[in-house]
Write a protein that binds this ligand. Structure first.
Ligand SMILES: *Cc1c(COP(=O)(O)O)cnc(C)c1O
Length: 382
């Protein structure tokens, strides 16, 4: 099967992990802080906190921004469920903003309209979580302007977008948001097996996330409420979690990071090759906004809704691991139980009917890519 996404693991990656296994620390050693510094430097962020998944990073980000019961958090319906679940962990209400039919990201127009309505009924969101779907960066300047007008905070879900740029600057530098989170799941751009990162420029937010990612415990005498009782002493200041990344994961991440630029270039080349190879077929190709350089995490085409299932099955039968990203979150049974229903976000539902993710990852060969296109072409000519 040619997978839609796949990790690249080099001999160097393997050696970095083995060296860590043979070192004194499997957790809480030097690799995690080194990985955090490397990410912060690469993206131009002041602070980076490594965690065991992007889901954990989203949870910590919501907690750091004081999301709690009675608060509203808005995200895109076309995303992985974690972008919404993080607010539910904090007891907050989730709502969605419909997508833009061109970029498939959260529509700024829909956001603006929804904010106007929410202001009237005093139900403005505390946090909005734009998701850089497929690696294409949302219109962050416009979303940031709305945040200034309506007083909400922004968490960028950049799970798809490490290595992407917006207005020539790296996603994660926090120019237009409070916290940016990344995923290092194996299908994402770089991997630590499981893993995530939260980046921000505010020391207070960073301290909060750092405290909560390790049980709410501090060993820093400066932060303790009374004098330290000795070198063994620690204090639990908050109810935190164990969301720590291991040393082996951080060693892998550090080694993977060396390839980031090259892998993004390869993804871009493959995406442009698809654009060219597919241009005469009855499929809608992904459109890129000129304000940004996508990380090209996913290459999503749109086909006629009544052909999607048969095309999916046809390609799978030819060992092509196409996939569907995503089932609208508001239509998941859990969210339907909260009151969402079909018809709530028509653009998202329309997108879902026809979307299909083609294989795209740096290990995809030209030959494999031609095979994929040939099979799609065959499907439409039969
Ligand atoms: C993968 C993904 C997540 C969750 O990442 P994990 O590291 O698996 O927890 C969250 N949001 C989006 C958009 C994702 O694609």
């Amino acid at each position: 099967m040619i997978p839609y996404g796949k990790q690249q693991i080099s001999q160097q990656d393997i050696e970095a992990v083995i060296a860590t296994l043979e070192s004194d620390f499997l957790t809480q050693g030097p690799q995690v802080p080194a990985f955090e510094r490397a990410i912060a430097k690469a993206l131009g962020a002041q602070h980076a906190i490594a965690v065991n998944s992007a889901t954990s990073a989203l949870h910590l980000a919501c907690l750091a921004l004081n999301v709690g019961p009675g608060d509203h958090v808005w995200t895109s319906p076309i995303t992985f469920v974690a972008s919404a679940n993080c607010a539910r962990y904090c007891g907050a209400e989730v709502d969605f903003v419909d997508i833009d039919p061109v970029s498939y990201n959260m529509s700024v127009e829909a956001l603006s309209t929804k904010l106007k309505q929410a202001a009237v009924i005093n139900a403005l969101p505390k946090v909005v979580i734009p998701v850089h779907l497929c690696g294409q960066v949302c219109d962050m300047q416009a979303i940031y302007a709305l945040s200034q007008q309506y007083g909400f905070k922004i968490i960028e879900d950049a799970s798809h977008a490490i290595g992407a740029n917006y207005q020539q600057q790296a996603v994660g530098n926090g120019r237009y948001s409070d916290i940016t989170i990344f995923s290092f799941h194996p299908v994402k751009i770089i991997t630590t097996a499981e893993g995530g990162m939260a980046c921000c420029n505010d020391a207070e937010l960073a301290d909060k996330m750092r405290l909560l990612h390790s049980h709410g415990i501090t060993r820093d005498p400066e932060l303790m409420l009374e004098n330290s009782q000795g070198p063994w002493y620690y204090q639990q200041l908050e109810l935190g979690f164990n969301y720590r990344m291991t040393e082996m994961q951080a060693a892998l991440g550090l080694s993977q990071l060396n390839n980031l630029k090259r892998w993004i270039e390869q993804r871009e080349q493959l995406a442009q090759a698809y654009d060219d190879l597919l241009k005469d077929l009855p499929v809608k190709l992904p459109i890129q906004s000129p304000m940004q350089n996508s990380a090209r995490h996913l290459y999503v085409i749109q086909v006629e809704a009544n052909k999607r299932l048969s095309l999916f099955k046809y390609l799978r039968a030819q060992q092509i691991g196409v996939n569907v990203h995503y089932i609208p979150v508001h239509l998941q049974p859990y969210y339907q139980r909260l009151g969402f229903k079909a018809g709530d976000f028509p653009q998202a539902e329309d997108y879902y009917q026809g979307c299909l993710s083609l294989p795209l990852h740096p290990g995809l060969t030209e030959q494999q890519q031609h095979y994929v296109v040939e099979k799609i072409s065959e499907f439409f000519n039969e």
